[in-house]
Design a protein around this ligand. Structure first.
Ligand code: FE2
Length: 297
């Protein structure tokens, strides 16, 4: 079956913020145009009713809502939760969500680990994930996007992480959610070059981008917390991503330790400023290793 791309028709030059319960009140009164989209974990909102559902609808009527799931468990051994996927499909239709993404990880077997674990970078791992992505995409009737994840141990590696990601994205015929903070965090924890890693990804399939802050546990250990300001090396990596892909929609991930919303909007302004610097760049298709072409505006 030929599937439509996830997020087809997403605008470029769009900057968004995650809708978290702790931010709802302060985001309710934002002026028009302060954000271009919001992102939620569908599992946190699907079964809500009453006041929270009404509040959520007031956001979905104002903003495109991008879905970034937590519990699909695409690399896990337990069967795909078809009820969850169908509920997400209905939720996407109800709120006209343009894209559903997940982590290229596993998060449990019978139970839920409440953590995201790396899938072994093996041929068997590729085959396993690809079959499961096909199942999900067939149920949804469209592509999903998978995110390059942060991880702290990598058992049983037969190939590099970028080779693994390329094979999964290509063979599953799905899209890529590019997280530049995860690349930076992994590059320190696993001693690789972040720009070489970025260039090796299937960037022609990138649909949108995550940027976030993290915690510096030690000089050689970073933890992907989403609880701090974005640091300069991660902003630089975001600019490199725009250089390849053009200014794709970009989400500021902030999950706790919330500063005043004005501080988050300052970071949204930084995203927009970087995007406008690459406004003329269009993504090269078919080869993620070429820089994007700058075209006349
Ligand atoms: Fe992310």
């Amino acid at each position: 079956m030929s599937l439509s791309s996830s997020g087809s028709g997403l605008p470029t030059m769009a900057a968004g913020l995650g809708l978290r319960r702790g931010l709802m009140d302060s985001l309710a009164d934002l002026p028009e145009g302060a954000l271009d989209f919001m992102e939620v974990a569908p599992e946190n909102w699907i079964s809500l009713g009453g006041r929270l559902k009404k509040q959520f609808r007031s956001f979905s009527e104002r903003y495109p809502i991008y879905l970034h799931g937590l519990s699909l468990n695409i690399g896990g051994m337990a069967p795909i939760d078809q009820d969850l996927v169908l509920a997400i499909k209905d939720f996407m239709a109800e709120h006209q969500c343009p894209i559903y993404s997940e982590h290229l990880t596993y998060c449990g077997d019978e139970g839920h680990l409440y953590d995201l674990m790396p899938i072994p970078f093996t041929e068997e791992g590729i085959k396993h994930v690809v079959e499961r992505v096909h199942q999900v995409q067939d149920l949804l009737g469209q592509r999903i996007a998978l995110e390059n994840a942060s991880y702290y141990c990598a058992p049983d590696q037969q190939m590099s992480e970028s080779e693994f990601i390329n094979a999964v994205i290509q063979e599953a015929d799905c899209d890529l959610l590019l997280d530049v903070n995860n690349i930076y965090v992994n590059s320190i924890n696993h001693l690789y070059h972040p720009y070489e890693f970025l260039a090796a990804l299937p960037l022609d399939r990138a649909k949108y981008i995550h940027v976030a802050g993290h915690f510096e546990e030690a000089e050689d250990l970073r933890v992907d917390t989403h609880g701090a300001d974005v640091i300069d090396p991660v902003w630089s990596l975001l600019r490199a991503a725009y250089q390849y892909c053009g200014p794709l929609p970009t989400l500021l991930e902030r999950d706790f330790n919330f500063p005043p919303v004005s501080v988050l909007l300052d970071e949204i302004a930084v995203i927009r400023s970087h995007q406008s610097d690459y406004a003329g760049v269009q993504k090269e298709t078919g080869n993620g290793k070429e820089m994007g072409k700058r075209v006349a505006r």
